[in-house]
Design a protein around this ligand. Structure first.
Ligand code: TMP
Length: 211
């Protein structure tokens, strides 16, 4: 009798814009490779041909979208990603690392824009059928530090251009969501990269040992 394939692990990375996720993604990629973990990397919005088109629309500074249209677009991208990338990878025993997932919708559309959390939760249930990441690394830092990092690097997109109070609400929504949910690891991202990566490695090790 063939052994049943063990389901892969699902990791998401979250944080306000400018929290330094990209730097840490490279570290995670290297760490998993060194530990012999076969992992797929993706991002939201995006990660599929349809999702990348939706991403372009959502981030373009000249896009006008109602709150509900914006929320439905991120979930359309997510459904496609789950269908063609996330579910198949996990079923094949691969680990899946996503640069953002549904916590971003609760934080940005919910906290930032004021879309009711219950409405987002309904869409979450419809699209994910209860699937949640096994580990969510929340890179948390004060807005001022994030803003300082962002302005140095590149042109700002439609979300990054939002005023400071928007990003403050996004951060608060993340922290509220993380409280009491064991899948979250809230990492103080205002520390040095080396210090943060010690924590990331510990989280990955724990997940690996639990697999
Ligand atoms: P990135 O800067 O991490 O690539 O993310 C793109 C932007 O999309 C970021 O500003 C957050 C935003 N976003 C939402 O507003 N809602 C969502 O559900 C997701 C996944 C991202």
């Amino acid at each position: 009798m063939a052994l049943e394939q063990q389901r892969g692990r699902f990791i998401s990375l979250e944080g306000i814009d400018g929290a330094g996720k990209s730097t840490h993604l490279t570290f995670i990629r290297d760490w998993l490779a060194q530990h012999g973990v076969d992992a797929v990397f993706t991002r939201e919005p995006g990660g599929t041909p349809l999702g990348e088109k939706i991403r372009e629309l959502l981030l373009a500074v000249d896009t006008e979208a109602s709150l509900d249209a914006e929320t439905l677009l991120v979930f359309a991208s997510r459904q496609q990603l789950l269908h063609s990338v996330i579910e198949p990878a996990l079923a094949a025993g691969q680990w899946l690392v996503s640069d953002r997932f549904t916590d971003s919708t609760f934080a940005f559309q919910g906290g930032g824009r004021g879309v009711p959390f219950e409405r987002i939760a309904e869409l979450e249930q419809w699209v994910q059928h209860g699937l949640q990441p096994d580990l969510t690394l929340l890179f948390d830092l004060p807005l001022e530090v994030a803003a300082e990092r962002m302005s140095k690097t590149r042109q700002l997109d439609r979300f990054e251009q939002e005023k400071a109070d928007f990003h403050v609400r996004v951060r608060e929504a993340y922290l509220r969501r993380a409280a009491g949910q064991p899948r979250f690891a809230v990492l103080d991202a205002s520390r040095s990269i080396a210090e943060i990566q010690v924590d990331i490695a510990a989280c990955l090790q724990k997940l690996l040992e639990a697999a």
